[in-house]
Design a protein around this ligand. Structure first.
Ligand code: ADP
Length: 536
């Protein structure tokens, strides 16, 4: 890739351009001198082949220039680009017709003559002169048009023009006088007109205070074009060295144009590449900053939660001491208030623990103590602990019969208990009194995982919400006036804990009918029981 400095140097204004232009001017004069000095008429059997080769070089260059301007327009919408596209399209088409109208080529629409070829030639060059003039004077103006449609109609118009010229040639002023064996005065006058059309853009570019690389090459193209036209005013025989020089200079002129376009396209590519590279670097930097901020946030959350837990634990412990009446008798109202303080304190502690766990998982600081244990033991312990809450609300909690009493899993026992407790407390929260909740266990189809499901007859979750509920802080009813409490991190934590233990979790639900959460844990070896520590 080009360095900034090099690129700037390449594209920047060039004080070296003027000497180069003068040098080129002298080269052309030298060519003129030789064309005059070594004036010959090239033999008729050699010239058509040479002429045809040169014409096809011109046609190919013009076609490439037209296509490049077409692409250019599609990106920049500059009038200049579409004008050049149409100009080179006409030049390529009419130049082709000119080439096939020459002597020795099969007749085209009407019999071929030198006058027919010369007429097409002058038309093509008039278009070229007018096109360059318009392109340069339209500056950087931009306009959106339907370029493909315009190009289509333009090509059709050109075809019509070609046919019209072929058929109406006897009625058009002649460009070549076969009797005198030379071009007519009108043809020479038109060549001068083209020279003026090419000279005006050069003056316009010249008047700019500083010329850039593109301007320089464009000037070279125009000046070479002027000298090419001049050579065509000088020839007396269509096969002489001036005619040959005119063709050669025309090819060079078109090649300069192609170079301007290529430089422009390549420059644009470099520019785009550089912008992309810069953006990529900025994104990488922002990413690093974000990662650092994320880490600081997690650290802060973990510390803040830890700091909150200590005084809260003291509040809970002292309310329990007071409740036990070790410091004196309490009346019923005082007992009720203390119970309220204790319950709220515990609820708050639960939530803080949830945040702490989540931030620990995010910071990758969770320690897993995996062991092999029996699933029924785990379920019974958790169910025993939460059953009073279910009884209080009037929701029936059942445990389906175990398919195999000795079903074992390899997981962190506490974390597995936390997962089940969380799912059961959600089931309780979202199931109205008289509903029921069932905990079921089975071996999954592969035989490698134990699936534990918690099925309730609660409010259910709409299909569109079922995947979102695992996102942090997402609640189906997230309004301030929501009916059910909570922080929206329970299921996020559950999912992360399940995944840390090597399992998966899924939900199936029908609105107003109930929800089933099923999570899996890897099956433990029957003869296992070894304790292992995994640090995540
Ligand atoms: P919350 O603290 O709000 O319970 P969770 O992450 O545990 O947060 O749950 C997220 C949301 O998923 C809940 O707010 C609720 O809308 C929905 N949800 C969870 N479990 C159930 C369930 N058993 N029945 C119906 N909706 C549920």
């Amino acid at each position: 890739m080009l360095s900034d400095k090099l690129l700037k140097r390449r594209l920047a204004t060039g004080e070296h351009f003027l000497p180069r232009l003068v040098f080129w001017f002298f080269v052309i004069l030298l060519l003129y001198y030789f064309a005059g000095k070594c004036y010959i008429v090239i033999p008729g059997r050699v010239y058509p082949g040479v002429h045809l080769a040169m014409e096809f070089a011109l046609i190919i260059t013009a076609t490439c220039a037209s296509l490049m301007s077409w692409y250019d327009y599609k990106y920049k919408f500059e009038i200049r680009a579409i004008v050049l596209c149409l100009t080179f399209c006409t030049v390529a088409m009419i130049q082709f017709v000119h080439a096939v109208s020459y002597k020795g080529m099969p007749d085209f629409l009407t019999p071929n003559t030198v006058n027919k070829a010369s007429t097409y030639w002058i038309i093509s060059n008039l278009f070229m002169g007018a096109g360059f003039l318009t392109a340069v004077f339209s500056g950087d103006r931009v306009r959106r048009i339907k370029v493909n449609r315009v190009l289509f109609f333009w090509i059709m118009g050109n075809l019509l023009l070609v046919a019209a010229v072929a058929y109406f040639l006897p009625y058009l002023p002649p460009m070549y006088d076969p009797g005198a064996g030379k071009q007519t005065l009108l043809k020479i006058a038109l060549e001068y007109l083209i020279i003026i059309m090419l000279a005006l853009p050069v003056l316009k570019i010249w008047r700019k205070s500083q010329m850039n690389k593109q301007g320089y090459y464009f000037c070279m193209a125009l000046i070479t074009g002027i000298f090419s036209e001049l050579a065509f005013t000088l020839y007396s025989n269509a096969y002489d060295t001036y005619n040959l020089l005119g063709h050669i200079l025309k090819i060079i002129s078109y090649a300069f144009i192609l170079k301007v376009m290529l430089d422009d396209a390549v420059g644009m590519l470099y520019e785009t590449n550089r912008t992309l590279e810069k953006q990529r670097e900025m994104l990488a930097e922002t990413n690093l900053q974000l990662q650092e901020k994320d880490r600081l946030k997690d650290e802060f959350l973990a510390n803040a939660n830890h700091e909150l837990r200590t005084p809260l634990a003291a509040v809970i412990a002292f309310t329990e001491l007071l409740r036990e009446e070790s410091t004196g008798k309490l009346n019923n109202l005082q007992k009720d208030y203390l119970n309220e303080i204790n319950d709220s304190g515990r609820e708050l502690l639960d939530r803080i623990n949830g945040f702490l766990d989540l931030s620990k998982i995010a910071a990758g600081k969770v320690v897993l103590y995996t062991e092999i244990f029996q699933v029924n033991e785990l379920i019974e312990t958790v169910v025993r602990r939460v059953r009073p809450l279910f009884n209080n609300k009037g929701v029936v909690l059942e445990v389906a019969p175990f398919p195999n009493e000795s079903l074992q899993v390899l997981a962190d026992r506490d974390k597995a208990g936390q997962i089940l407790t969380n799912l059961l407390s959600n089931a309780l929260k979202f199931t109205p009194p008289d509903g029921n909740v069932v905990v079921d266990t089975c071996l999954d189809e592969s035989g490698r995982y134990v699936a534990i499901s918690v099925k309730d007859t609660g409010i259910g979750i709409a299909p569109g919400e079922q995947q979102r509920i695992f996102e942090p802080f997402y609640q189906v009813d997230g309004s301030a006036a929501r009916k059910y409490g909570g922080t929206g991190i329970g299921l996020t934590l559950v999912k992360k804990l399940v995944e840390l233990n090597g399992g998966t979790i899924k939900v199936s639900s029908n609105l107003d009918q109930g929800t089933t959460f099923t999570f899996t844990l890897p099956v433990g070896e029957k003869d296992g029981g070894e304790l292992s520590n995994n640090v995540e």
